[in-house]
Design a protein around this ligand. Structure first.
Ligand SMILES: [Zn+2]
Ligand SMILES: [Zn+2]
Length: 174
């Protein structure tokens, strides 16, 4: 376990990239629940503010694994994203139909303001079982804009529509 664990909300094991990716593939092959986050150095949740952290959550094994990188870990991100969501996950960002709630509009407006002022931003989609999620069993979308307090919203069900809009902004499609 990492010495930093006491300072963070989750405990984790540190593995190298190959061992971490192998653990993800094994969980996937076994049909277990798993997901991951790529945490940039400035992210609130990053255990190491100097490095990129690849955080693999093996929910059914009750394990959290971290691998650290000096550069953004693009290749393993793409590989495991395809395993988790299907090969088209990065392409399938068509505009979803539906009405956005007023509170979600405020979230989207906050992101749009960050984009127009050129501030770096990113978001986290947190499943109910996610170790980063402090909502007590709900879905959470958490948005970080550099230099500002984080903003988030909690949902009883999967917030697919607002996530779709945020991802379109993130990938420069809207
Ligand atoms: Zn973050
Ligand atoms: Zn998570």
């Amino acid at each position: 376990m990492c010495k930093a664990c006491d300072e963070h909300r989750f405990a984790f094991e540190t593995l190298d990239e190959q061992s971490m990716a192998a653990a993800a593939r094994a969980a996937h092959d076994a049909g277990e629940a798993w997901h991951f986050h790529v945490l940039a150095p400035g992210c609130t949740f990053s255990p190491d503010r100097q490095a990129y952290a690849f955080l693999l959550e093996l929910t059914d094994q009750d394990r959290v694994i971290c691998s650290f990188f000096d550069e953004k870990p693009v290749a393993v991100n793409k590989e495991l994203l395809a395993l988790l969501h299907g090969a088209d996950a990065l392409l399938d960002k068509a505009m979803a139909a539906g009405d956005i709630a007023n509170a979600d509009r405020a979230l989207l407006d906050g992101i749009a303001a960050a984009i127009s002022s050129g501030k770096p931003w990113h978001h986290h989609m947190m499943f109910p079982a996610c170790q980063l999620n402090q909502s007590g069993g709900r879905w959470r979308i958490f948005v970080e804009v550099e230099g500002e307090e984080p903003i988030w919203r909690d949902y009883d069900g999967e917030p697919s529509l607002v996530l779709n809009r945020i991802e379109r902004l993130y990938f420069g499609l809207s």
